[in-house]
Design a protein around this ligand. Structure first.
Ligand code: CP
Ligand code: NVA
Length: 311
């Protein structure tokens, strides 16, 4: 059976932990430049982007190079996904020649369709609904910093109806991490995602807490997180959003409500002075650049897992 990563819930808890463990190994190997890791020699990754990217493109392309394979970049004007050609046909053609596909799309449904019609693994590299690669890197970073995942509390402040928020909630529930969110009225998380998360939380005995008060959300948190107030695709609402989200900035006053040893995370790109104050993102509690680097390691591990080559 071909495995895809469309939603973080396509993986089991055990599989996530194994991907993280192998990622940490690959990272150590790379840092000590001990041994070549050409596990994907002569393999090709096709990268489909409908939106801009720095980290995702770099980490997948460099990751593939480090694994001995090759990556092809197809940008927004290359394919015309669903316009020049149907998504189904794009999936059939691309998977007939390549070994693995990653896609960053506007609509989540586009990735679902790509996966349905592909004969090779398809990875969601961000859709309007989820960002699973980011959350794998985030959990690796939390694990490295806190030495555990189970029992921790994440305090997320900002846009609830956001790909990063959704995947972090689902992943947190799977791994036994409590999740608190503060978002303004009208920017709550997607109802179906919360329903799915609640179902998982019943099994893992994990708590979800939703509020409009940022102080309550970060109170006693081990990990404080935010993301841009204006995600790709919402640019038309920029002025309105900047006003509504103003009380939701993470700054040093808000950080005082979290645990003393709390870490600060942000998937980047970040907008200093808006969702995050410069002294926090550039301060001692911030782990954002290690978080960004972990995209490289964890996606190498993910590709090996999906291609049945995780050792
Ligand atoms: N965090 C993240 O996905 O970054 P890019 O949009 O630059 O790829
Ligand atoms: N929520 C952001 C994440 C960027 C990596 C967006 O979708 O633009």
């Amino acid at each position: 059976m071909i495995r895809h990563l469309v939603s973080i819930t396509d993986l089991t808890e055990k599989e996530i932990l194994s991907i993280l463990k192998n990622s940490i190994k690959l990272k150590q190997k790379l840092k000590s430049s001990k041994k070549a890791t050409e596990y994907l020699k002569n393999k090709t990754l096709v990268m489909i982007f409908e939106k801009p990217s720095l980290r995702t493109r770099l980490s997948f392309e460099i990751g593939m190079t480090q694994l001995g394979g090759h990556a092809i970049y197809l940008g927004p004007t290359d394919i015309g996904l669903g316009k020049r050609e149907s998504i189904e046909d794009v999936a059939r053609v691309t998977s007939s020649m390549s070994d693995i596909i990653m896609a960053r799309t506007f609509s989540h449904e586009s990735i679902v369709k790509l996966a349905k019609n592909s004969s090779v693994p398809v990875i969601n590299a961000l859709s309007d609904l989820e960002h699973p690669c980011q959350i794998l890197a985030d959990f690796q970073t939390i694990l490295e910093k806190k030495k555990k995942l189970k029992g921790l509390t994440i305090g997320f402040v900002g846009d609830g109806n956001n790909n990063v928020t959704h995947t972090m909630l689902l992943g947190a529930m799977m791994l036994g991490i409590n999740f608190s969110l503060a978002s303004p009225k009208g920017f709550e998380m997607n109802h179906d995602i919360v329903k799915r998360a609640k179902k998982i939380s019943e099994k893992t005995k994990t708590k979800i807490f939703e509020t409009n008060d940022p102080k309550l959300a970060v109170s006693r948190a081990d990990v404080v997180v935010t993301d841009t107030w204006v995600s790709m695709g919402s640019e038309a609402e920029k002025d309105k959003r900047l006003k509504i989200f103003k009380p939701y900035q993470i700054n040093s006053t808000l950080m005082h409500f979290a645990k003393k040893d709390a870490i600060f995370m942000h998937c980047l790109p970040a907008y200093r002075g808006y969702e995050i104050a410069a002294d926090v993102i550039d301060g001692p509690q911030s782990v954002v650049f290690e978080e960004a680097e972990n995209r490289l390691h964890v996606q190498k591990s993910l590709m090996l897992f999906l291609m049945n080559m995780l050792n």
